[in-house]
Design a protein. Structure first.
Length: 637
């Protein structure tokens, strides 16, 4: 889609690509909003069916935090969401978990209405929402007169059953509030720039206080005969129609906790908290007034957007901002850096690209070759995650440097064998781990900063570890970066475990060596690219029985090409054994990727650290083959 011209707040110029006209000055008819969503759900409608539905539905408005239905209650009605957003919760063994979110145009409650079973979930409005209700008796009348309604609902139920075990869907936000929560933020300019980038993904409306008043009139300006509640309802109908005319709406809040700012927070699917990264990370008056004491379960996601100077090398001190506010996510932006704003637009429109890197020892150098090929192809990566060596390579990528620079720094970091410091008395592990810790700590200090946190990376990042104390998989997204990386690579028995908050952590490959499922469920991700390092089949050992220890020792003294016993050593055996369970999940993980790479590295051992350039090259050439391009000829000597 062509890039839109910058819309002025409160306008959607008809001659601007990527925008459509707003609601205008006349109050929208509720019937128009209802008809728009019914056509999307039922298809072509005849006048008799429209009249029948209009006569039987009741309009209902929910404030953020109000419950629409509760799990276990009788199902006496279905609902069509006209505007707003709902969150679906399921309670099991006393624990409440989020299943998905419901956006405008979706029908809810139909399964209980038709099957007469109790409600299977609790639905809560996470912002001010408008719905229409069709109760059981009215539905029975429609069913008898218009079978089209029954067929549509039956298709809906079948689709729900088919996707019952799918990963949670966070859904695309339609309306986003832009709240400045520090000084030094030009929210108007930010909104204009974000609107231009979002216009690549759909139509964009932009409203500030003055623009909203021009579009809809003052919310408390009641015509003769209207009371305050009716005036508020009329204003909300104006806004609902404006929202319905756009794929995305940006609400530009005031710099103070004004009535308009409060209205922005009440009508937003997500709230972007805009802060100057150089400011003190204190709570802003707007946060204190409108976000701290929001109604329970009125959980429109809050996303912290930290704005840095164009010259900033790397973020720092992000944890202090996050510690003061319950945000769902954070994003770093450099002023004047078009790529950063484009990344935010992809995240908010749910078009972000996630790159997942598997564990595999020295074979993990291939990840950097794949990444170079992706960038040459023009594929931007917004989120990176991985396990073990994949986590370390992902951290390099998350610094948002050029691929060639990343490769040079990784080559320098791993110039020395990271697993060569064997312990004489292996009370905890065969390898001391000090050398690897030094490599990781120096790389982090040089590229991000000493004491840096996971949060202090330009791109969003996660790594997988195993909590040995709790026997569970852990997704590390915050906290000390060096400690997180060392946890992810701490192969049980080979490297010492890492203590985090009094609990032992070790290599994430034990549970999830190729964490595509984690990336697939991350906020904003629309496409997942995976780099798997596992071989297609195991290598047969042409021996009748295992040789004795003396025989193996003597064999090791022979030149490599003359050896009889090609068996893994104790460290390699431990490394491979820890990921056997993860390999059983490989097929499922591969099915969750949109683009899959599996470089042919059968002859590369997991401890072949000296083969850095060769492994990177193999990853690069494989990626070019998958992407349908030819590798350039090597430079002349």
């Amino acid at each position: 889609m062509p890039e839109a011209a910058s819309p002025s707040p409160g306008t959607s110029p008809s001659n601007s690509p990527g925008t459509r006209s707003g609601a205008g000055s006349h109050p929208p008819r509720q019937d128009d909003l209802l008809l728009q969503h019914l056509q999307a759900f039922l298809g072509t409608l005849d006048a008799a069916l429209v009249d029948a539905i209009r006569d039987r539905v009741r309009w209902q408005r929910l404030a953020g935090g109000q419950t629409l239905m509760r799990q276990g209650e009788p199902g006496d009605a279905l609902y069509l969401l006209i505007s707003g957003r709902l969150r679906v919760y399921i309670e099991d063994d006393g624990e409440r978990r989020v299943v998905r979110e419901v956006a405008r145009g979706e029908v809810v409650g139909e399964m209980s209405l038709i099957t007469e079973a109790p409600r299977s979930a609790t639905l809560v409005a996470i912002r001010d929402s408008v719905l229409v209700r069709l109760d059981r008796q009215a539905y029975a009348q429609l069913q008898a007169q218009h079978p089209q309604v029954t067929l549509a609902l039956t298709r809906r139920i079948i689709e729900r059953w088919r996707t019952e075990h799918a990963l949670p869907a966070l859904g695309r936000p339609v309306t986003m509030a832009l709240l400045p929560v520090s000084g030094g933020v030009d929210v108007a300019d930010f909104a204009q720039t974000l609107a231009r980038e979002l216009a690549r993904h759909g139509t964009v409306g932009l409203l500030d206080a003055a623009g909203a008043q021009r579009q809809f009139g003052a919310p408390d300006a009641a015509p003769a005969g209207d009371d305050e509640e009716q005036a508020q309802r009329r204003w909300a109908m104006h806004f609902d129609a404006y929202e319905g005319a756009h794929d995305y709406v940006l609400l530009v809040a005031d710099a103070t906790p004004s009535d308009w700012t409060q209205r922005c927070t009440r009508h937003a699917d997500e709230i972007l908290l805009l802060a100057d990264a150089r400011a003190a990370p204190v709570l802003h008056a707007t946060e204190t007034a409108f976000l701290v004491d929001r109604p329970q379960l009125a959980e429109a996601a809050e996303v912290l957007v930290l704005l840095h100077g164009a010259e900033a090398a790397m973020p720092s001190g992000t944890a202090r901002w996050l510690a003061r506010r319950p945000v769902s996510d954070h994003v770093h932006l450099r002023r004047g850096h078009a790529g950063d704003m484009a990344r935010l637009a992809r995240i908010q429109s749910r078009h972000a690209v996630g790159l997942v890197l598997a564990g595999g020892g020295a074979r993990g150098f291939a990840h950097l070759g794949v990444y170079r090929a992706l960038r040459e192809q023009g594929i931007e990566v917004d989120y990176v995650g991985g396990t073990s060596i994949g986590a370390i390579m992902a951290a390099f990528i998350a610094t948002d440097q050029a691929p060639q620079r990343i490769e040079a720094r990784a080559r320098a970091a791993f110039a020395r064998n990271p697993t060569g410091d064997f312990t004489l008395v292996p009370l905890v592990s065969l390898i001391k781990g000090r050398r690897l810790h030094g490599i990781v700590a120096r790389a982090v200090a040089e590229q991000v900063g000493a004491g840096a946190g996971i949060e202090d990376l330009w791109k969003r990042f996660f790594c997988i570890a195993t909590n040995y104390t709790r026997a569970s998989e852990v997704v590390l997204q915050r906290g000390d970066l060096v400690r997180a990386l060392m946890s992810s690579v701490a192969i049980p028995g080979a490297l010492p475990p890492v203590l985090i908050d009094g609990e032992l952590h070790c290599d994430g490959g034990t549970f999830n060596n190729f964490p595509v499922d984690v990336m697939r469920g991350a906020r904003g991700i629309g496409r997942v690219i995976g780099v798997d390092l596992s071989s297609g089949k195991g290598r047969r050992i042409e021996l009748d029985a295992m040789p004795s220890g003396w025989a193996m020792l003597l064999d090791r003294l022979r030149p490599r090409h003359s050896r009889r016993y090609h068996l893994p050593g104790p460290v390699s055996l431990l490394i491979n054994a820890t990921i056997l369970y993860s390999r059983s999940r490989q097929r499922h993980a591969r099915g969750l990727t949109d683009l899959y790479f599996n470089p042919p590295l059968e002859r590369v051992g997991m401890l072949d650290w000296k083969r850095y350039d060769q492994v990177v090259r193999q990853g690069y050439e494989h990626a070019l083959e998958v992407l349908g391009r030819r590798a350039p000829a090597p430079p002349a000597a």
